[in-house]
Design a protein around this ligand. Sequence first.
Ligand code: GDP
Length: 298
Amino acid sequence: APEETQRSGVLGRLFTKGGEAEELRRPLDDDMLQDLEDLLISADMGVETAARVTANLAEGRFGKRVSSREIKQLLAAEISRIMDPVARPLPLYAKKPQVVLVVGVNGAGKTTTIGKLASQFNAAGKKVVIAACDTFRAAAVEQLQVWGDRAGVPVLTAPQGSDPASLAFDAQKRAEEEGADLLMIDTAGRLQNRADLMEELAKIVRVIRKRDETAPHNTILVLDATTGQNAVNQVEIFQKLADVSGLVMTKLDGTARGGVLVALADQFGLPIHAIGVGEQIDDLAPFDPEEFAAALTG
Ligand code: GDP
C-alpha cells in the first residue's frame, strides 16, 4: 500500500523496481541520483535541499558501485549531519520569569504545544503561568484553559476582544509576583491581516520589555508538518513578524513525510525544540536527529 511505503521511509521505493536485493551494487550514475532527488522532493524536502543533499552524497562516489543499503546509510548520515546542530531543547534560563512567546498560524498546534510544554515543565518542578493572548478567538481561550487544567498550570485570560498586550503585561506581573519560572504566551495566528498581526505581536513585545528588557527570552514558531513545504513559507513570514528563536514541528505522528524539517534546518538553521507526535499531553518528544534520519530513509 502507498501508505506503508511512505511510513517505511522515502528510500523504500529506491531500487525496488525490479525487486532488487538491498545488497546489489550498481554504479552511482545520473539516473540513480535523479531518482534519489525525486524521492527526497516527494518526501517534502524541497527542490533546493534535495539537490544539495543528493550532490553531497554523490561527491567522490560518482560512477562507483553502491548498493541501496549503502545509499540509505549515506543518506541517513547526511541528514543527521544537517539535523544535529538544530536538535536543541528549549533552553532554560535563570531569569524569572522566562518569557516564552508562542507564535504560528491557527491550527498549527500552538495551544496543544503550550499545554504539553507546560505539563513537562510542571513535572520537572518548574512553576509555569500561561497567558491566553489570542483574545480574539473565544474557542482558543477555552481550549487553552482545558490544557492548563490538564497540565496543572494557571491560565490567565481576558474578555474576548480585549487588548492582548495588556493581558501579557498583567500576566508577566502576576508571574513575577508568584515567582514563576516560566511565562508562556499564546498569540493570535490570523495571517489574513498580516499588518494587524505584526502590530499585535510587536505591542506584546514592547509591553513585556517594559518590565524586563531581556524578554521575550524565546519566540517559538509552531509549524504543522502536514502542510509540507508550506512550513518554509511560514518561517519566512513569521521571521518578518517576530524574532523567531526556535521551532516546534507538530503532527509528525500522521502521514506527514517530515522531509520539510531537513529543508528548514538547511535553509534557516533554527533550533528544533521538540516535535508533536499526537494529541495527548505526553505526545511531545525531543527531536532526535538519528532516529529522524533512520525513519526518513527507511
Ligand atoms: P492552534 O490553533 O495553533 O492553537 O492549534 P491547536 O493546538 O488547537 O491544534 C489544532 C489541532 O491539531 C487540534 O485538533 C490538535 O489536537 C491537533 N494537534 C496538535 N498537535 C498535534 C500533534 O502533534 N499530532 C496530532 N496528531 N495532532 C495534533
